[in-house]
Design a protein. Structure first.
Length: 329
């Protein structure tokens, strides 16, 4: 990736003149079965420009209660776009119920216009659950019946594709727009791509510029994205296998609750009996194991560069910390 970045052909992306960015956007759109794409700096920016391209001020978007766009993105769509997020309960994998969506759509008139349904695949808080097109289609059908657009936060859609053994375009087919991250499992230093129809992408590109996301010689980072799409997708299966190895080890430790069957891709959430996730994560950091912890949970993610031996070493460290009682009661 660094070699590709150093030798990338560049131009001015604000004027659509960077050939490497243009190639990345075209390649990404083609892989996901969409007409066009726009390169953004992060998945959060991808969700922001997508929601604002679909919704006007005062409109609402339906999201799951644990959706990344609701929980982890600083309320950006509301702060910058005046868009109201209407959250619905979801199951343990993060999947909403189609009938509940149907019952939540605004009747119009003196109520906010329900303009958008947001899906997430894989689902971060759902232990990286990978949803098939068949699972998501009923939800998208409700949206279509009410004239709503569907946006998919597909930050890890290639993980879902590999886990389910289907092309990413099949998973993207249920949504009108999709954003995916180059900087997660695909291992780039920075960047995401938003794809959809040409008209949608034109609107998203304008919002990107409004949000300060217009870049100049951005080909130096887009080049890494092209390497990722060509060489980093199939290897995601290694991350999934390592996550399973980790999950099986975690499930055997006292004070930690995790069913390995719930781990479908590369994310493992363990639950604690009481508050203490932050304390446990801090104790693990001192032992060289990096994880996110809050409230009564800790999240572990496997990625490129982690081997099965590394997983075993991490499990030894986790077991040692758990025995001290840090964060575990």
């Amino acid at each position: 990736m660094r070699e590709a970045m150093a030798t990338a052909e560049v131009g001015d992306d604000v004027y659509g003149e960077d050939p490497t960015v243009n190639l990345l956007e075209h390649t990404a759109a083609e892989r996901l079965g969409k007409e066009a794409g726009v390169f953004v700096v992060s998945g959060s920016m991808g969700n922001l420009v997508s929601v604002l391209a679909w919704c006007g001020r005062g409109d609402e978007a339906i999201v799951g209660a644990d959706a990344h766009v609701l929980v982890n993105e600083m309320g950006a769509v509301s702060a910058f776009g005046g868009v109201h997020l209407r959250s619905l309960p979801s199951d343990r994998r993060g999947l909403m119920d189609a009938a509940h969506i149907e019952a939540t759509v605004s009747p119009g008139g003196m109520f906010p216009r329900t303009a958008l349904l947001c899906l997430e695949n894989t689902h971060n808080r759902g232990n990286g659950a990978a949803f098939s097109a068949g699972e998501l289609r009923p939800l998208a059908d409700v949206a279509a019946a009410h004239g709503m657009a569907v946006h998919m936060d597909g930050a890890r859609i290639f993980n879902a594709s590999v886990a389910l053994g289907v092309p990413p375009a099949e998973l993207a087919s249920v949504a009108d727009s999709v954003t995916f991250c180059l900087s997660k499992g695909l291992s780039c230093p920075v960047g995401s791509v938003v794809v959809g129809s040409a008209d949608f992408v034109a609107r998203a590109r304008r919002v990107r510029k409004m949000a300060g996301g217009g870049m100049r010689q951005a080909g130096i980072i887009a080049a890494a994205g092209l390497v990722a799409l060509e060489s980093m997708v199939e290897r995601l299966a290694e991350d999934h296998a390592n996550a399973q190895r980790l999950a099986r080890g975690l499930a055997g430790l006292p004070g930690l609750t995790l069913d390995p069957a719930d781990v479908e891709t590369n994310i493992c959430y363990v639950e604690l009996a009481d508050e203490g996730g932050s304390e446990l994560a801090a104790a693990l950091k001192e032992r060289g194991v990096l994880a996110n912890g809050r409230h009564n949970w800790v999240r572990f993610v496997t990625h490129h560069g982690i081997t099965s031996e590394d997983v075993d070493e991490a499990l030894d460290a986790i077991a040692s910390v758990v025995r001290t009682g840090a964060g575990v009661r």
